[in-house]
Design a protein around this ligand. Sequence first.
Ligand SMILES: *Cc1c(COP(=O)(O)O)cnc(C)c1O
Length: 439
Amino acid sequence: MSANQSIFPKTYQITPTGVEIGGCNLLELAKKYGTPLYVYDEQTIIDICTDYKNSFAKYHDVQPLFASKAFMTKAMCAILKKQNFGLDVVSGGEIYTAYKSGFDMSKVMFNGNNKTLDELKMALEYGIGHISVDNFYEIELLGKLSQELNKNQDILLRITPGIECHTHEYIQTGHLDSKFGFDLTQIDEAITSIISKYPLLQIKGLHAHLGSQIFETQVFADAVDVIFEQFKHIKDAFGIELTEMNIGGGLGITYTTEDNPPSIQTIADIIIEAIDVCSQKYGVNKPKIYLEPGRSIVGTAGVALYKVGSIKQVPNGRKYVSLDGGMADNPRPSMYQAKYTAVVVNKINETPVETVTLAGRFCESGDIIIEDINLPKLESGDVVCVFNTGAYGYSMSSNYNRVLKPAIVLVNSAQSDIIIRRESYDDLLSCDEVPDRLL
Ligand SMILES: *Cc1c(COP(=O)(O)O)cnc(C)c1O
């Protein structure tokens, strides 16, 4: 079983002394570091990286990149470096984090539909491996920059393959009406423009990303076919043999028992098989593959610990149990109606007796963490653990209501270390300025 097929991190254990992850007692972590607290299990991340590498091992040339928007910190970069993973980045901030972590910048791929001139300059100056060029505006920006700085730059072209996946509408990206990438009918114009005007841009291949939290498998084979068809077309039309293919990320994880994502091996087999078939079908050599998993690398590894505060029973209605975090540290439920699984850490052996709604503390009625979950009888001071919050939780967090962002600890072999310290009120004010005339 791949880690993305489990609700729990690899090292999750219920022991006689309590609930543990990475050999660390969760109640003790909550006491030591305070709540809300994000806890990441290093072993789960390592296992899933290994799973990706092993599953694709039979293919001759694969470079997995971690989609850093899912969870980007210097410690995460350090873990990935040891795993020989590269990074997919989408902003100057992510590039800077990678650079400051001593990451091998040649293993970094820069994505995004509206990269700024400053970000592109930064990418070229830091020697980023690839830029996935998304649109005509970017061809001009990057093309001129490459000439100004007199730098060669390897690029991929991001394409919209026109494949629908059955995932949440906001996280679908591969269907035709999308803000990302070139429509297939625009590829010729893009290539013509690059080769005629900007010879320092080396077109290495194509990039497609289908969406996120995907459970289907056939869509990956379909994407391979679309890419190979374009490889053949580009070879015929321009005499250019593309040698690289970025198949994106998107593999789903198990937020609740309703989710049944495929294993990484299943996805790998389908992609490799599709490449075999398409290589024959289109008479095109097998390219180097880039993978860009985000959610499936860190989602399951991370959990969030919250403390119960106020409890409100609506007469003849719901029971709202309010936690000390919510939409500012994890906006997914309010943005995507995302579902989660949770346990009460200090009542792990008690049977569920009531259906409650776990609410956040923020000033929005939509700030609900889990609606209608069966739990043991809750009291103020209880500690709740919400699973699968490792991806797109902290990375999407904000200071809404001027609430401080939580701390993050990394656990492994009974050791816990802070990898993001809890924000202080002074951190919060560190960018504030007051013009003299107001004083
Ligand atoms: C978001 C994104 C990913 C990662 O998606 P996951 O669902 O987290 O695996 C990969 N590639 C691109 C281009 C993305 O936008």
